[in-house]
Write a protein that binds this ligand. Sequence first.
Ligand code: GLA
Length: 407
Amino acid sequence: MNGNWKRGAMHGFVLIVAVSFMAVLFAGQAMAQSQRDSLAQTPPMGWNSWNKFACNVSEDLIKSVADAIAMNGMKEAGYQYVVIDDCWQVSRDENGFIVADPQHFPSGMKALADYVHSKGLKFGLYSDAGTKTCAGRPGSQGHEYQDALQYARWGVDYLKYDWCNTETRNAQEAYSTMSNALIATGRPIVFSMCEWGTAKPWLWGKGIGNLWRTTGDIGDKWSAKITWPGGGCCQYGMLEILDMQVGLDAFAGPGHWNDPDMLEVGNGGMTTAEYRAHFSFWALLAAPLIAGNDVRSMTPEIKEILTNAEVIAVNQDKLGREGRRVRKDGDSEVWVKSLADGSRAVILLNRGQADADISVNWDEIGYPNHISAKVRDLWAHKELGAFTGSFKAKVASHAVVMVKILP
Ligand code: GLA
């Protein structure tokens, strides 16, 4: 009797401890997830070195880019994060801490972060969930908490985390581990998951990352599918990336965004009209607006695209809805994004070779056809008048018309 009682009490005690432990664990996890989701309430805006400079990164480059963003109107337009992509890191020290390339970053990352901060901007770095980055530099696998600690000491505000050399690693585990490590530092660090959409991160990424790549890499082309040098698939043109966003809009919201990859605006492979279309779509998709060109030497046309306040306002709208395609008639398409004031941003896209008349009906964008609504052209910066039931425009080949429709 005595023995049974003791055994019972012991079992009860073990059960209580186990349940309490689980409760603390789940509460901790829920707290980490809500902390993660409280960052990037609107899609992050900034600049990243990869699309233009690839591995040619240095502290001189990053400083001059930060100077340019602070001076050329981009900072006022909302661009904030200056992010060094792959190739800033060379090795680990005897204690396992990551070492920045001393030749290209002689003053060290802390000094560089301080410089970027002194311009009123934020500082970002890149790493990888595998043993090595995509360019073969040391990855973070097995060093997640140590790397997060180092980033926080340096003053990092944003981490892009890639997926090369991960072998059989589980994506949700890998990204959760680094997300938790970043949160454990106590420093708010936006977490950009670059998993290329393979494990459908939109299904599980909320609360782990603030943004997740939905596709392979973008190339500076209107339309293309380019295999990698090793034969692997693929780098995509802007339209191929756009098509891959169809159906993903429900998964985005404040703190957790679909990322169709960084901007190619200004890198030379598209026409000005095509770049305007690219930027319009990234705004409508509530995508991160991460410029990827040489912002120190832009033509006025490119600067005008990247700093169009009316288009950026669509991207940064507080409602945080991603836009979606509501009609596809061959080469003519209609896309819509709902905005906080009840209005709609609408893109009429012409993928074809000849000019086309494209119309949008109110019932396609959630309004009854009998109401009248004001239409404003967001590239011409002009009120086009009031329309009832529908709006039609001539759209040039490989171009968009982007309007705001307000009942
Ligand atoms: C991958 C990513 C790119 C870039 C490179 C760097 O391809 O998808 O965005 O970060 O690696 O090596």
